[in-house]
Design a protein around this ligand. Structure first.
Ligand code: FRU
Length: 539
């Protein structure tokens, strides 16, 4: 279980494109019917996603006049390299979402003609405002141009066309765009994108993700009074030296994508996309000095984390849940990408970040079944009777006893020939999700650098006598696990058998005990696996 756990070295999205662009199929969606999507048993039922096609990063989450707005990278083609739009959805409770269609589209011939990439939403003097990265490249590909040192990115602003419209349907790009046309003079950045903003006094501050080969990832800091005229200050933070950033043949490894900077209970936190990493440290003179790091989510399926603060002063975390099957399978399905559930970030007494599902999710709970105090013998029964589901929440408390590994099996056939294990390994002190046997579908065996089936996880050290407390959300092909309020682990499974719905317990190398296991059926948030409203997404 050693090395394959460590996802810090997982590729970034753009690195992946550089490595595999030739192999990527860019498939139009004509053949896909809405009913096909609505009946696709791998499509989640209580996670936000567009009606069809492609979704990646969460963008500009915003609480405005009693509603949560979520934007996300949307593309009409199933390809990581497709042209990016901003899809838009609203919710009054963080759980039930309504897709509103496209908020931002690339302007032909404009500074975002090849895509409206990731960014943030803020309220500026009462006006909801989007700040994002526009991209352009010529007939050559993006990567040919980047290799020559050209930076295809610029920073853009759009304002709510009618701030009285509480749904904020229409956005107007300002005529001054781009508000920042090039990275600071003299810097040889490998990328320059994904603005994140905050206010101090009367001034706006913005960090932009960047990086230089030899120096590594960095978040460049700018300031402005009006979101239009920006002054570059200095790097807010630069990655600690690491061997990857010395590798000129993999320039994208030297980039911090999607930086997100905020104070949590007064403590500065910087998030960067790779490995769902968070950095803690000090913030003085507008510089962040990194002291330690950790991972919010251990799963390589979660990427491009982004947070928001709501009216309850909570720090809510979102991420793109990417697919873990071949591009061809994604194209055949007609959809790819899911928004994570809302997760709350908490500062723990030991100074580390904790993560828990937002309480609002409890509104989805329906029929409940509990089994108290069960011995989990290594050769014990496979499944819990009456627990079957792929649209459920499971809460479990497990005492490891003398077992080396123990906890839950989910999405299992009666005979266990297909199953996914979610558990804790006493020897490595790791929470893990083992999807090695989750499917016999060859499309779930993915060539590196992407991850398909296998073992993923990360370290949470249970104290002596501490039980493992899990909350697991099963939603078709998505599994989101929370452990002891300390970390989450997002994974994907595509069981070949429609009967792979069993839930049970397992122990290896000894006997464990479950103090209790509860399963709630969860109510879908749409009757059609979120395929309605496709017409709003015509581009
Ligand atoms: C992260 C990312 C961002 C970029 C966006 C484009 O997944 O590469 O850096 O803005 O996706 O879709």
């Amino acid at each position: 279980m050693a090395n394959h756990f460590d996802i810090r070295f997982a590729v970034t999205r753009r690195e992946f494109i550089a490595l595999t662009s030739a192999a990527l199929a860019s498939t139009a969606l004509n053949a896909q019917t809405t009913s096909g999507l609505a009946n696709d048993r791998h499509r989640p039922r209580f996670h936000l996603m567009p009606p069809s096609a492609w979704m990646n990063d969460p963008n500009g989450p915003l609480f405005w006049r009693g509603q949560y707005h979520m934007f996300y990278q949307y593309s009409p083609v199933i390809s990581i390299a497709g042209p990016k739009y901003w899809g838009h959805a609203i919710s009054s409770d963080l759980v039930h979402w309504k897709n509103l269609g496209i908020a931002l589209s690339p302007t032909p011939g404009g500074p975002d003609k090849n895509g409206c990439w990731s960014g943030s939403a803020v309220i500026n003097n009462g006006t909801p405002t989007l700040v994002y990265t526009g991209v352009t490249w010529s007939a050559e590909t993006e990567f040919a141009e980047r290799k020559k040192g050209q930076v295809p990115e610029r920073q853009m602003v759009a304002v709510a066309a009618d701030p009285r419209d509480e749904n904020l349907i229409t956005w107007t790009k300002i005529s001054l765009n781009p508000v920042l046309a090039a990275p600071p003079a003299g810097m040889k950045v490998v990328g320059w994108r994904d603005p994140c903003l905050w206010k101090e006094g009367n001034s706006w501050y913005m960090v932009i993700g960047a990086g230089e080969v030899g120096r590594g990832g960095m978040a460049l800091l700018y300031t402005s009074k009006d979101l239009r005229n920006w002054t570059y200050l200095h790097p807010l933070a630069v990655a600690k030296p690491n061997p990857e950033s010395q590798d000129a043949s993999r320039p994208w490894a030297s980039m911090w994508e999607c930086p997100d900077f905020f104070l949590l209970n007064g403590k500065p936190i910087l998030l960067v996309a790779r490995g769902n990493t968070y950095l803690t440290g000090t913030y003085a003179n507008h510089k962040f000095d990194q002291h330690s790091d950790g991972q919010i989510d251990f799963g390589s399926a979660a990427y491009a984390q982004k947070t928001m603060q709501d009216e309850k002063d909570r720090r809510i975390w979102w991420a793109w849940i990417r697919e873990k099957r071949t591009t061809e399978a994604q194209a055949a399905a007609g959809w790819a990408g899911v928004m994570s559930l809302p997760k709350l970030l908490k500062l723990r007494p030991d100074g580390k970040l904790g993560v828990e599902p937002a309480e609002e999710l409890k509104v989805l709970r329906r029929a409940k079944r509990t089994i108290a105090d069960q011995k989990i013998a290594p050769n014990g029964p496979l499944l819990l009777r009456g627990f079957d589901s792929d649209c459920a929440e499971i809460e479990a408390e497990i005492d490891l006893g003398d077992a080396h590994q123990a906890s839950l099996r989910v999405r299992s056939t009666r005979d266990g020939s297909e199953q996914t294990l979610i558990g804790y390994d006493r020897d490595t002190k790791k929470l893990f999700c083992d999807t090695s046997a989750s499917s016999s579908d060859p499309e779930t065996k993915v060539a590196p650098p992407l991850r398909g089936r296998g073992m993923e996880g990360g370290s949470i050290k249970l104290q002596h006598g501490e039980t493992l407390r899990l909350r697991i959300y099963l939603d078709a092909s998505v599994i989101e696990t929370f452990a002891n309020g300390r970390a989450s682990l997002t994974d994907r499974v595509y069981p070949s058998s429609a009967e792979s719905l069993g839930i049970g317990l397992f122990a290896k190398g000894g006997t464990a005990r479950s103090r209790s296991v509860t399963r709630w059926d969860l109510a879908p948030i749409s009757t059609d696996r979120f395929t309605s409203g496709a017409e709003l997404f015509r581009v």
